[in-house]
Design a protein around this ligand. Structure first.
Ligand SMILES: N[C@@H](CCC(=O)N[C@@H](CS)C(=O)NCC(=O)O)C(=O)O
Length: 205
């Protein structure tokens, strides 16, 4: 059975929970206590030397990094190639959005929430500014033109970017000025077998 090394409040981990749920894939979820540093213990570093969740284990396949795991699950378990189409242009466009999920999403909404929810000492004002630039210049214009980030149906590009945008307000990033982003969030939440991103209780408000 697939094993997911998880942390409930992690947006990176939620991406995987969401796709596992959409694909209705049975799996075992193992919660890692990040606050207690379980991710830095030897047994976990053996799975992921970076000491981070999520990690997915499927028989002899051990994978770290949420977007890599999304690619694996879509390639291996989505026979219809719906979530990651084969078409060269579509696949490359999806990769562009996976790159954003790994980089700009981290420097913006994810870092802003690390400050408010987890009390991390990062530049909160800069993270909020990065988030608004990303939403205003990239996501809102794209979603003003089309319902999904790539093509005419949801793909792993949408899954990868959903989690941290949904909880951006927890980091002090208000979504009021982005009506197309908010409609897109609602469209994802309306998908059959959608799995919720849990709300956090901010440590700092
Ligand atoms: N690029 C990785 C980032 C994973 C990541 O930052 N995980 C965080 C939780 S959201 C973590 O495990 N942090 C533990 C630590 O830094 O000690 C991915 O997309 O999965």
């Amino acid at each position: 059975m697939i094993k997911l090394y998880d942390f409930t409040l992690s947006g990176n981990a939620h991406r995987i929970r969401l796709l596992l749920s959409l694909l209705q894939l049975p799996h075992q979820r193992i919660e890692i206590d990040l606050a207690a540093g379980e991710q830095k213990q030897d047994w976990f570093l053996h799975l992921n030397p970076l000491g981070e969740v999520p990690v997915l284990v499927d028989d002899d396949v051990v994978l770290r990094d949420s977007t890599a795991i999304l690619v694996y699950l879509a390639k291996k378990y989505d026979g219809g190639k719906y979530w990651l189409p084969e078409d060269a242009k579509l696949a490359a466009e999806i990769q562009q959005w996976l790159a954003i999920a790994g980089h700009e999403m981290n420097d913006g909404p994810s870092n802003a929430r690390r400050v408010t929810v987890f009390g991390r000492k990062l530049d909160h004002a800069q993270a909020i500014e990065n988030s608004h630039q990303l939403f205003r210049n990239v996501f809102e214009p794209q979603l003003a033109q089309q319902n999904w980030l790539v093509g005419d149906h949801p793909t792993i590009a949408d899954i990868a970017n959903y989690s941290y945008i949904k909880v951006a307000p927890e980091g002090g990033v208000n979504l009021d000025e982005y009506p197309h982003i908010r409609s897109w969030l609602a469209r994802i939440e309306a998908l059959e077998n959608f799995a919720t991103m849990p709300k956090a209780k901010p440590a700092l408000a």
